[in-house]
Design a protein around this ligand. Structure first.
Ligand code: MOS
Length: 715
């Protein structure tokens, strides 16, 4: 039994209101002007023609910005930000990356603003830039933030004696590369900013965390937190692009302040490439050794990721290699390369999707070197407890995932030899890979209100970027209270609601789901106590509405918080999974078609199968994109992306998406939280690219270690 999406009808009928769609009298429209150089500074801005153009209300830049109090005074003379300073919009004349916002035109209509933006003339002094990762890789270094923090997980790591790899009989060593990839949500980022006087700000902003955006904007504009309201009720996808408050949001807030009018700013697809982060270019060198039975003796994993010149973006790239398999000797190293680009950010399965592409491809290579079934080598090296932390897993149903997945897929008695399966002139390949993702749970509050008519309103400042948060929370509340989901309304996406984390790190159901559970339990307890005070209470079932009526209560309300305790130090908590993939490759054209995927996950209890399944399918589709299509390509002569739309940046469409079977172990992990449920969003994509690449190897005998696997790499 699954619930349909509680907001499905409003979404498909177009009556759900997204950030750009709120109506205001007097709404002004903003268009950003972005840098056409990559490094240097602005020497002049000529906005005379733009200011005189029809409908124009203002041209805003560092020359006349009302300023962001939290930025501090602009340095004089302009001096480059040191590492660790978030980009400051309209702050000074320095250019850090191509596509950097440098000015903004605000007009009565979007068309007028767009036209006027074309009239603004910006003169630059150009300095030499570095954007090419491969050319500059030797300058990568351990992040400054890691050097300063002895406890950083990104410090060099050594377990046992990884040097045994030198003398190992069976070993492989390879380098794996993933390019920049950009989040491509259906809804581009957008904001409407509204000031009420000088000290009250409301924004309708596409983001993944209304509370964090509220805190961030309050800090930037030096306002009491409660004076900032952030609304983000409906989000058309994000995948990590909405975790931070980005410069364009602040730019719109500045414009609204300057004009004392509501201002709307929508990023076109092109600006999505330079405004809201991306998955960083990453090169990984992995070496694995094993004995003849396939038992791993050593793993060494070095990762180098791209970052900007002003911030260090770290992600989990090399971390999975420490805990995924029972290997006694492991070393990891992690470095960053600063380039003249905007700062990368988290993108679905950040770090793990990248790292597990390398680890799970390398393990496949090792299996083939040993002439061993790729599933068998994973079972041989199954970690029964966490080898990194030396702790028991809270729960790990990965063995069952392998078993059920293999069964469903038909993973047995097939020829292991590459190029040995052919049909209708196509090369057929099978591939598989494992998946893991750490457990994240943050303190969360939920309020549950029962009205006199029996309707229950549950509220939390959580988000729904697509997975169907409201549906899952409704299911949890209905189950605890024992009432129909139709009698429950779940409110989210509003910073005035009870404290909750943003929707990231697959933490929503584990965190907020637990809060909803305990809040509804507390409400039920209160109702039970009130019922006990009623005549005949022991002899009959009393309706909730009668309880409120008898006690003359217009409503009954509780707010509860839920958070982790000591169990976090006693157990190692992860979601686990695996994917099985069949590809068909045209040997003449090199075209790869993913024909079948079986994806399996152990994420504890599944709250609502239908929406969970959609999330798993979405993750697999993202993984197919990562494996076969997605790459943001830059022309390094200019430091500028040449993929700036969905015609040049390819993502899978329906015809690229095969039958996907989803299997869950669905056993509650009661050590992690009161609902026994772990995160699903990220694990759905982690490992998929490796499974596809492994299947391509099995089909063709070609090991492609540089994503995406496009035709020219196969012919
Ligand atoms: Mo996810 S990358 O934490 O939105």
């Amino acid at each position: 039994m699954s619930l349909d999406r509680v907001d499905g009808r409003v979404k498909v009928r177009g009556t759900a209101t997204y950030s750009a769609e709120y109506a205001f009298d007097n709404l002004a429209h903003a268009v950003l002007i972005t840098s056409t150089i990559t490094k240097g500074y602005i020497s002049n801005i000529d906005s005379k023609a733009a200011v005189a153009a029809p409908g124009v209300l203002a041209v805003i830049s560092h020359l006349n910005s009302p300023g962001v109090p939290g930025y501090g005074e602009p340095r004089q003379p302009a001096e480059r930000a040191s590492t660790g300073t978030a980009f400051r919009v309209f702050y000074d004349n320095l250019i850090y990356f191509n596509g950097q916002p440098v000015a903004m035109v605000v007009a009565e209509t979007w068309e007028q603003a767009s036209h006027a933006a074309s009239l603004v003339k910006i003169a630059y002094e150009v300095e030499a830039h570095r954007t090419n990762f491969e050319e500059n890789m030797q300058q990568a270094a351990i992040a400054q933030g890691v050097q300063k923090n002895k406890n950083s997980p990104f410090q060099d790591y050594i377990r046992g004696n990884p040097d045994v790899i030198t003398d190992a009989k069976v070993k492989i060593e390879a380098t794996y590369t993933i390019p920049n990839q950009h989040h491509q949500p259906m809804e581009p980022h957008a904001i409407i900013a509204v000031w009420e006087g000088a000290d009250k700000l409301t924004v309708y902003d596409k983001n993944q965390g209304v509370k964090s955006a509220q805190g961030n904007l309050a800090q930037a504009f030096k306002l009491p937190r409660e004076n900032v309201k952030v609304n983000a009720k409906f989000i058309g996808g994000a995948f990590g692009s909405g975790i931070r408050v980005w410069p364009h949001t602040v730019a719109a807030v500045l414009a609204a302040k300057k004009l004392n009018r509501p201002v709307k700013l929508v990023l076109g697809r092109e600006l999505m490439f330079t405004s809201v982060g991306y998955r960083p270019y990453t090169v990984q060198k992995i070496a694995l050794s094993a004995d003849e039975s396939g038992l791993l003796s050593a793993i060494t994993h070095e990762g180098t990721g791209q970052t900007s010149a002003y911030e260090e973006h770290l992600e989990r790239t090399i971390l999975a290699s420490r805990s995924m398999y029972a290997c006694p000797n492991v070393s990891t190293k992690y470095k960053l390369l600063s380039l003249d680009v905007n700062t990368p950010t988290w993108m679905r399965g950040p770090g793990d999707a990248t790292g597990m592409f390398a680890l799970e491809s390398a393990l496949d290579e090792l299996a083939y070197a040993l002439k061993m079934d790729p599933l068998e080598i994973r079972l041989r090296n199954y970690a029964e407890s966490d080898p990194e932390r030396n702790l028991p897993w809270s729960a790990k149903g990965l063995r069952e995932c392998y078993e059920f997945g293999a069964e469903k897929f038909g993973w047995k008695n097939y020829p292991l030899e590459p190029r040995s399966m052919q049909k209708d002139n196509m090369l057929i390949g099978y591939g598989m890979a494992s998946s893991l993702y750490g457990f994240h749970r943050h303190p969360s509050k939920a309020k549950a209100i029962m009205l006199a008519n029996g309707l229950v309103i549950v509220q939390s400042a959580t988000m729904d970027i697509g997975p169907g948060t409201g549906t899952a929370m409704t299911r949890i509340a209905a189950k605890v209270l024992g009432i129909s989901p139709k009698k429950i309304r779940f409110d989210l996406g509003d910073s005035s609601l009870p404290e909750a984390p943003g929707q990231n790190g697959s933490s929503t159901i584990p965190s907020v789901g637990s809060a909803v559970h305990v809040a509804c339990e507390a409400l039920k307890k209160k109702l039970t106590e009130l019922a006990a005070a009623m005549p005949d209470s022991a002899s009959k079932d009393i309706a909730y509405t009668d309880i409120l009526k008898y006690h003359n209560l217009p409503q009954l309300e509780v707010t509860e918080e839920s958070k982790s305790g000591q169990e976090r130090d006693q157990y190692s908590m992860y979601s686990f999974g695996c994917h099985f993939v069949e590809v068909h490759v045209n040997p003449v054209t090199g075209e790869v078609r993913v024909k079948r995927v079986v994806t399996c996950a152990d994420v504890g209890k599944i709250i609502n199968y239908k929406s969970a399944r959609s999330q798993s399918i979405g993750g697999v589709v993202g993984g197919i994109g990562m494996a076969l299509m997605e790459a943001s390509v830059m022309d390094h002569r200019y430091g500028r992306y040449i993929t700036t739309d969905l015609a040049s940046y390819h993502i899978p469409v329906h015809t690229d998406t095969p039958q996907i079977d989803v299997i869950y172990i669905d056993k509650p992990d009661m050590l992690v939280n009161p609902i026994g449920s772990k995160g699903l969003g990220e694990i759905a994509i982690v490992g998929v690219a490796a499974a596809v690449a492994n299947a391509v190897f099995h089909a063709t005998g070609k090991r492609v270690r540089e994503l995406p696997i496009t035709v020219e790499k196969l012919i």
